[in-house]
Design a protein around this ligand. Structure first.
Ligand code: MN
Length: 237
């Protein structure tokens, strides 16, 4: 994939914040970031502002250890989530951390995992792993990721996947660009709602391994995130 221009990434990052707010994935909290396209050891993330209000002037640059570069504005407490994932995953160019309500039951269930049940959610890739902060950091944390050590632990649970849930807290969603991340967030939310409803009916049929691995778009057709990205952008104004 061609390297994107910084100005395009900055514009898309503002759009992604608006879209994810408008689609109910982010509210006053949660955040979405993009890796710097020219300096891969940096990422772009707003200062600690509600996503729906973010404009280009709000974007800050961070080193992968979560240190702000020459910018005194207050940063999100949980910026280490982004830095640690960019450090562990060279393929990842965008990250969203959200607290979407629909996925939270799956982050605390001892018996049921979130897994793809609708065709648009193959991106979930099978049973979605759950990171339990207490496993490594004990039962006296506030469940937030507030340092690199915790960020790296979360990144290990994510592994090579696109999504990991965080017990009693939320999720991380990653991708090769911002439209991929936005699309995965929206489809994760839809899938979680459908799976939760299906559980009330009893047994359900998840996507098979073959259905998960199958390319979502036939060769030659326009990639799905493009069509959806235009639609979401319009809806979000
Ligand atoms: Mn959080």
């Amino acid at each position: 994939m061609a390297v994107q221009r910084l100005e395009d990434v900055r514009r898309d990052l503002v759009k992604a914040n608006r879209i994810l707010s408008h689609e109910g994935i982010l509210d006053a909290f949660g955040h979405v970031s993009a890796r710097h396209p020219e300096r891969t050891d940096r990422f772009l993330l707003s200062w600690a502002r509600a996503p729906e209000l973010i404009e280009e002037a709000d974007l800050m640059e961070f080193a992968l250890d979560g240190t702000a570069l020459d910018d005194p504005r207050p940063a999100y407490l949980e910026r280490f989530i982004h830095g640690a994932i960019y450090a562990e995953r060279p393929d990842v160019m965008a990250v969203c951390h959200n607290h979407t309500l629909s996925i939270l039951p799956f982050s605390i269930s001892k018996s049921v995992r979130l897994r793809p049940v609708i065709h648009t959610a193959a991106v979930l890739g099978g049973e979605v792993p759950v990171w339990n902060i207490a496993d490594e950091f004990g039962d006296h944390t506030n469940l937030l990721v507030v340092n690199m050590e915790q960020g790296r632990s979360l990144a290990r649970t994510l592994g090579s996947g696109r999504i990991a849930l965080m017990r009693g807290h939320g999720s991380v969603v990653v991708g090769a660009d911002l439209p991929q991340v936005v699309s995965a967030c929206v489809n994760m939310d839809k899938n979680a709602r459908v799976q939760l409803q299906a559980l009330q009916l009893g047994e359900f049929i998840p996507l098979s391994a073959g259905e998960i691995d199958r390319p979502q778009v036939p060769p030659g057709a326009a990639p799905m995130p493009d069509r959806a990205w235009e639609y979401w952008s319009r809806r979000a104004g």
